[in-house]
Write a protein that binds this ligand. Sequence first.
Ligand SMILES: [Mg+2]
Length: 244
Amino acid sequence: MGSPRLRDVLERIESAVVSDVLPLVVFDLDSTLFSTEPRNLQIFHEFVERRESYYRELTALARTIRREHMGWNICESLQAQGVDNVELLEELRRFWRDRFFTDQYVLHDDPVPGSVEFVTACHQRGALIYYLTGRHVGGMEVGTVQALRSAGFPFWRGRCTLHLKPSFEMSDRAFKDDALADIRSYHGRVVATFENEPGNANLFLKSFPDALHFLLLTVHSPEAEVPSSGLVQCEDFTLPPSRA
Ligand SMILES: [Mg+2]
C-alpha cells in the first residue's frame, strides 16, 4: 500500500513550478522502483539447472521456492529455507555475484506496484526525475536503460537523468557524496526522495531537510541503520483515494 503523503509530493511539485523553481524527485532503482525478487529467482533456477545433480537438496527447494522468499541476498534467503550446506551456499554466492550485477539480468526485475504511474505523474507535473542507483557503469548501464524503458518509466524525454556508480569498485560513501553534489548543482528544490536502504534515506533527510523522504518497505541490507522517525514509510507507490 502506498502512503497518502505521495499526493503531497505531487502538490509540492506543482507549487515549486508555480514559484519558478525546478522541482527534483530522486528515485533509487533496486528494491525501490524495481523489485529484484524475479532477478534473484531466475538466478536461483539457473543454478538449480546446473547443479541439481550435485546438490540433491536443491530439487525439492526449486519446486517450492517463490519470489516472496527472495530477500536482499539469495544465500540468506536459502538459509531461511533451511539450507545449511556451506559449499552449496558459497558456490551459489559466486554464481549469483557473476549474474546479479549485469545488463542481462536486470531485465528480469518487475516495477514495484504504482511506480511507473507515480514517476510519470511527477514528470508530467514538471519535476526533474533523478534516477540514482548504485548499479555501475561498465556492465549495467545498457540493461538499466532498457529496463526503465520497457517498464514505461519516463526516460528519453528531457527532465530525466540517470546517475550510476562510475565503476563497480567505487565506494558507496564516495558515490553518495558525488551524487549529493550533483543533485545540488541544479539549484532547484529537492521535493522528495525514495529509497529502500534506511542509511541512504537518513542521509537524504539530513541533506535536504525540507523535502519528503520515503522509505520503501521492500528489502534492505542486513546491517542497515535504524530508520529516522522523520522518514515516510510505504510499501509501494499506489496512490490512496484522494482526500476530497
Ligand atoms: Mg535500493
